[in-house]
Write a protein that binds this ligand. Structure first.
Ligand code: 3SL
Length: 249
């Protein structure tokens, strides 16, 4: 009888559930589609040298006092006194090329810091979806897809993105899933994929961002495969995954 050589891919819906999943994975993909990980992917592809994710405003303020460029968002809005917030368009500013940027957000940067106990942490979004999947397929490791959620609760947009990644990996037959969360994410993605923007119309975070007039950001974040760069966490900083690993989509 042949042994099952497939690696596992599983979806964790929120940082609050991370403790239940973390032990057996070698790679964690952190996802915060609206908008932290989309902004990080945009920035790193744009040539930002590194993005330092910090969990609290106090930590961000210390970096600001030391002269760093600091982006800070809470509840969807730019925090007073900081350089900009969490819009991917801010991270596309050519002036940021080659610079270090510190970032704190409501959920995304917290999830990144929680994921640090897994040996390799990379950043995923719909924007770099195929690139991340192709890289994961080349790694032969167990993968956890961590949705950042909203204040520790489940959210739809991160689940759709995680479901899209899980779907590609499972379809390759190199990966298997055992958790119901992964099966649910895959089916939610399949229901949403034809028109994610309208599927998410009633979702809590789209409503929140609509009130803040951030529909253009939402459209940017919900457009798959506009980017190929994969940010990776090295020594607490998000940098471009070395070119030897890079993939052409
Ligand atoms: O929670 C986060 O990390 C943010 O991405 C939320 S927001 O889109 O900026 O509101």
């Amino acid at each position: 009888m042949r042994t099952d050589q497939r690696k596992r891919v599983e979806v964790c819906f929120s940082p609050r559930q991370f403790e239940l999943y973390k032990d057996s994975y070698e790679i964690c993909v952190v996802i915060d589609v609206l908008r932290a990980t989309s902004a990080i992917c945009a920035g790193i592809e744009n040539g930002v040298k590194e993005i330092i994710p910090v969990s609290t405003i106090e930590d961000a303020q210390r970096y600001k006092d030391d002269g760093y460029i600091v982006a800070a968002e809470r509840g969807g809005e730019i925090v007073n006194g900081f350089d900009f917030g969490n819009s991917p368009y801010s991270f596309l500013d050519p002036k940021l090329k080659g610079k270090s940027v510190v970032l704190t957000t409501t959920n995304g940067t917290k999830a990144i810091n929680i994921a640090k106990s897994i040996p390799t942490v990379v950043i995923g979004s719909l924007n770099n979806l195929d690139s991340v999947c192709k890289w994961l397929l080349s790694q032969n490791k167990n993968v956890l897809l961590l949705g950042s959620g909203w204040k520790d609760k489940f959210n739809l947009e991160d689940t759709i993105c995680a479901g899209a990644m899980a779907d590609q990996l499972i379809e390759s037959r190199l990966f298997k899933a055992e958790e119901d969360s992964t099966i649910a994410a895959k089916f939610i993605y399949r229901s949403a994929r034809e028109n994610m923007f309208s599927f998410l119309r009633a979702s809590s975070h789209r409503r929140r961002l609509r009130k803040l007039n951030l529909n253009e950001d939402v459209k940017y974040c919900l457009t798959p495969n506009t980017l190929t760069t994969i940010p990776i966490l090295e020594d607490g900083k998000l940098v471009r995954l070395e070119s030897k690993h890079e993939v052409t989509v």
